[in-house]
Structures are given as C-alpha cells and as structure tokens.
Design a protein around this ligand. Structure first.
Ligand SMILES: [Zn+2]
Length: 208
C-alpha cells in the first residue's frame, strides 16, 4: 500500500516508504554512497545531522526499481544489466528508522551516480528543515524554562523585600538579604533578555 505523496524540501513527489511495503515489487533501498565513484568529497560524507545534539543523522539513499529489459526480455543485451534495467530515485533514510525512507519520485534517474548526488542534495535539504524544527522546539523549551525561573526569582525577591521570615533564613543578615535581592534582579534582567533574544531569533537556542 503506497503512502500519500507530499511536497517538502523543494520537492513535489515525496513518499514515505517502509521496508516490506515498498510501492514497487522487487525494489530495494541502498545507501547512495555505494553508487558514488567520481565525487570523492561527497562519498566522504556519510550523512547530515538533523539536530544541534549531533544525534540523528539523515543518510542519502537510493530507491532502486529493477524491471526486465524490454529489448532482450531478460536474456541480457548491451542495453541492460544482465537482463534488467534500473530506475534510480533519490531518497533519504529516516534518521530514526533506517529501514524507512523518504523517496523523491519526481525524477527517475538512469544514472545511479546522478541519483546519488541528488540524494545528497535531498538529505541536506531535509536536515536543514529538521534543524530548524529542532531550534524552534529548543527555543520554546528555553523560553518556558526562563519564564518559570523569572517567576521563581520574583517570588523570592518580593519575599525578601517583605522580610518574610519563611523564605529568609535566620542567618541572613540585612546586607546579605539586600545583596541577594540585587542578584535576583540581575538574574531576572538576564533571563528577560534571553527570552527577548529567543523570541526574536529561535536559532539563538542552539548557539553556544
Ligand atoms: Zn536487455
């Protein structure tokens, strides 16, 4: 059963495929780098990182559909590969499930190496989008955490101001309490600035 096709990463005929449920009989999924001979730099790139933790890697792949050669009916001729012809589609392995992949069905390549180069391009675009998603998610998390810290600091600050003995330890002298108050205010200012930056640019979340 074929999955619905979709558009993303500048491609218009993408499809998720799952091992054992490929949309073509006898099709196979293979690493793109197995088909790269001429482009050494590309072959040296195993895959592309999907997030700022360098955790998940998207590996360029090829979806290969082989059919019996029309010219020789499978006997073997100059036009085919031992009686078969192959169509190569660029793909990228699912970073979280290497048996699955996204295949771009908009172009069937005759030349495996052309398809492999295109698969690198697809994987790169895919991970750009994934890293953006990741950065947005991290930014949301960090904003939430910072706002909670601001709230805590404000509560502590007003408690100190009001000299609520429940939150001010007995050992804390007045000058220590005042210093602590100003530290809390500085902390709030810093956190508010962080939140402002994150809201302005979510990429801040993954920068050192
Ligand atoms: Zn043939």
């Amino acid at each position: 059963m074929a999955n619905p096709r979709f558009s993303a990463y500048g491609r218009y005929q993408l499809e998720w495929i799952e091992k054992g449920e490929y949309p073509h009989q006898g099709a196979r999924l293979d690493d793109a780098n197995n088909y790269i001979n001429a482009y050494r730099a590309l072959r040296g790139t195993v895959g592309y990182y999907c997030d700022s933790f360098y955790d998940a890697i998207a590996v360029p792949a090829l979806y290969v559909v082989s059919t019996v050669c029309d010219d020789c009916a499978g006997e073997g001729c100059d036009e085919c590969d031992e009686g078969e012809t192959h169509a190569y589609y660029s793909a990228v392995r699912d970073p979280h499930n290497s048996d699955g992949a996204i295949v771009d069905f908009s172009e069937a390549y005759d030349d495996a190496e052309d398809a492999a180069r295109d698969a690198h391009n697809l994987a790169e675009r895919y991970t750009e989008a994934a890293r953006e998603e990741d950065a947005k998610f991290q930014a949301e998390q960090q904003i939430e955490y910072a706002l909670a810290s601001v709230k805590d600091a404000r509560i502590e600050h007003s408690a100190l101001i009001r000299e609520r003995t429940t939150l001010v330890p007995e050992s804390m002298t007045k000058s220590v309490a005042l210093r602590h108050c100003s530290a809390l205010r500085a902390e709030v200012t810093k956190l508010a600035e962080r939140v402002r930056k994150l809201r302005e640019n979510f990429w801040e979340s993954v920068q050192e």
